[in-house]
Design a binder for this molecule. Structure first.
Ligand code: AVI
Length: 330
């Protein structure tokens, strides 16, 4: 099915689809610019082609990658208090909603949700995920917005006027993939989206033992390694580059000083490959930095959010204090 693209179009019973036609990632441009830097990088958004998304689905099932399981349990165990904090007539906005899986726990447990607004860059994927939610929750208005959640879009005027109680749902410690300046940008955007009066329900991964963290990002089945090295498969296949993925390896280390997992692709030997006429050369052990995943203490994250204008903070953690769910109120 083609999705019509005036800014607000597709209407189906309780679903209204808005398309802001976000600029899609230019893979070749991103790869050339990242690999031409002195310290080579590839942006984490490049992980998620079809294969990368499938591998990520496997990561979230791994026991060593504790985040999804703990987050699910915290949400289930504390859903009554979370719902009370969210209040009545809520509009839930989910930036980067993916398959809209996690939000179902909230939508089914809360009796007073009026609107659910998933925001995602890939239109078809968003439409189909939202359509499923719309069928499952016929009494909630589902308003998917196809956009880059940090840029060039706005909420429908009707929603702005009618719904005062907006809550941003940002699970999975996705916030951890932003560097400190960008965290501030993201949280300010969330505040703007809720018109300075809503809430933020956010999952934040916590600082902990280096060993536990490194196991989570170097799992014993090697799925995270495949996920990381899939970037090279993409370069090889999509850009028609003659490179041998076996000459590279996956590395994840916890940088305790900065409080982040750093993920790299490491060149096992001196080598080079060509992208069109551009030669990309590697020394032995030279790295491509592919991802940061920041970890916080509860207080560190609370201080950032409160410094930006949130007034109240409630949080829940597991016994081992591996992970936190936080509710901030403006
Ligand atoms: C998506 N994001 C929150 C994951 C994380 O933990 O930083 C991505 C990931 N990378 C390797 N494993 C999981």
């Amino acid at each position: 099915m083609t999705i019509s693209t005036k800014k607000n179009v597709q209407k189906l019973n309780n679903l209204e689809f808005y398309d802001f036609k976000p600029k899609l990632v230019d893979f070749k441009e991103e790869v050339i610019s990242g690999l031409s830097k002195k310290e080579k990088t590839l942006a984490p958004k490049l992980f998620y082609d079809k294969k990368g998304s499938e591998l990520f689905e496997q990561i979230v099932e791994l026991e060593e990658y504790y985040i999804p399981l703990i987050e699910k349990k915290l949400l289930m165990d504390n859903i009554i208090s979370i719902n009370e904090f969210m209040g009545e007539n809520v509009s839930i906005i989910e930036p980067g909603s993916g398959s809209c899986e996690k939000v179902r726990r909230i939508l089914s447990a809360h009796k007073s949700i009026k609107n659910y607004i998933p925001i995602e860059i890939s239109g078809d994927f968003l439409f189909h995920a939202a359509e499923k939610v719309a069928k499952e929750f016929p009494n909630i208005n589902i308003i998917p917005i196809c956009a880059d959640y940090l840029n060039n879009f706005s909420l429908p005027e009707s929603l702005k006027k009618e719904s005062k109680n907006k809550v941003i749902f940002f699970p999975g410690s996705s916030i951890g993939n932003y560097d400190s300046n960008d965290v501030i940008k993201v949280l300010k955007k969330f505040i703007e989206l809720t018109d300075n009066q809503g809430g933020l329900l956010i999952g934040v991964d916590l600082k902990k033992d280096k060993d536990v963290l490194e196991k989570a990002y170097n799992d014993s089945k090697g799925i995270t390694a495949q996920f990381n090295l899939n970037l090279l498969h993409r370069i090889k296949n999509e850009l028609n580059v003659d490179l041998d993925v076996n000459n590279f390896e996956h590395q994840s280390i916890y940088n305790q000083e900065v409080g982040r997992i750093e993920m790299y692709i490491v060149s096992k030997k001196q080598q080079s490959f060509m992208i069109d006429n551009l030669k990309i050369s590697f020394e032995k052990d030279e790295k491509i930095h592919t991802e940061n995943s920041y970890k916080y203490t509860v207080n560190e994250f609370r201080d950032i959010a409160l410094s930006l204008g949130y007034k109240k903070h409630f949080y829940w953690t597991d016994e081992k204090e591996y992970f936190s769910i936080n509710y901030f109120q403006l």
